[in-house]
Design a protein around this ligand. Structure first.
Ligand code: GLN
Length: 321
């Protein structure tokens, strides 16, 4: 009811202001020149519940680029196209404990199948598997899935895309290695182009909360009463998010937040909170959460965003465990 909703919104506002100080514990990603200009003190959150109710706190309406949050979408897109068995031949679903752009494990075991789709090596491979032949077709295949989830076709921040491509040496190194090992289904230049373009897709916290909600509901979109993703795919994606979505901080995140999430270096986090039985806390029927706070920690996760999620999770018992 309305009172409950406004009370939840008040509490959320309060928690945002309480956790804003943690923005000081991170810095904006500077290796992508265009991200340097973000305001490091911003912290915004949007939560969408099962019945469509939305509450927001802080700078929830800022437009930012998805960065690695897009890896969830491209993974689902290739699974929808090729089926899981084929996708698993190209990328595993095992966490690494390494930084997201690490090349180290590709050389440990030949053939160099990337460990999971949430790290750059896996995501570049996945980008090359998108349906279609040209890079334009492949990118359109990813936008199709996003459009199905968001109800609109999102735009790309071309400045962020070009600025990252100038400095994408690690990603090019990964792509060349993967190409040499036979894992890329298109050329190196095209794979990087698709991957960096997907990272530059523009969203708000509300968009991330919407996708989080669909995942929370096992692929069912309660806002338009439609099963938009197969439930097995939604569950698998949540498992990969929980084990790999916060990179080498995924273990601590599972322990202290306990909900499948994916972060990006622009400071976004997308969280899926599945329904919790026998609970009467707010959002016990499941919800999606979108966070934006561009100052990131050393693992590449939004510093204040993680703290805020921890706070919300503790107060409203959002952990799946
Ligand atoms: N575009 C970024 C990169 O490839 C995405 C990484 C991230 O968000 N962690 O480095």
């Amino acid at each position: 009811n309305f009172e409950t909703k406004s009370e939840c919104a008040n509490r959320l506002h309060h928690w945002v202001e309480k956790n804003r100080r943690y923005t000081e514990e991170g810095t904006c990603a500077s290796y992508i020149p265009a991200l340097r200009h973000a305001d490091p003190h911003q912290l915004g959150v949007c939560i969408i519940g099962h019945d469509g109710e939305i509450i927001k706190g802080g700078e929830a309406d800022v437009v930012f680029t998805m960065q690695s949050v897009s890896k969830v979408i491209s993974f689902m897109a290739v699974c929808l196209t090729h089926g899981l068995a084929y996708v698993l031949k190209h990328v595993d679903v095992e966490p690494t404990g390494d930084p997201y752009n690490s090349i180290m494990r590709l050389e440990l075991k030949k053939p160099a199948r990337p460990f999971n789709p949430m790290i750059n090596a896996g995501a570049i491979t996945v980008a090359s598997l998108l349906p279609g032949v040209t890079k334009e077709e492949k990118f359109a295949g990813l936008l199709d899935v996003l459009e199905m989830l968001l109800g609109r076709r999102p735009s790309v921040d071309e400045a962020v895309f070009f600025s990252e491509r100038e400095t994408a040496h690690y990603n090019f190194a990964l792509a060349h290695f993967l190409k040499a090992e036979g894992f890329l289904k298109c050329g190196v230049e095209d794979a990087i182009d698709i991957y960096l373009r997907q990272c530059a897709i523009e969203v708000t916290t509300e968009d991330l909360a919407r996708i989080g909600l669909v995942l929370a509901c096992d692929g069912y979109d309660p806002l338009c009463s439609k099963q938009v993703l197969p439930s097995e795919l939604a569950r698998l994606t949540k498992a990969v998010m929980l084990t790999c979505g916060m990179y080498n901080a995924s273990g601590k995140f599972a322990a202290f937040v306990g909900a499948p999430s994916k972060s990006g270096v622009s400071g976004g986090i997308m969280t899926a909170v599945p329904p919790r039985r026998h609970k009467v806390t707010p959002f016990h029927n499941g919800c999606g959460i979108g966070i934006y706070s561009p100052a990131i920690d050393e693992a590449g996760n939004s510093a204040a965003g993680v703290k805020l999620l921890q706070h919300i999770s503790a107060e409203w018992e959002l952990s799946v465990f």
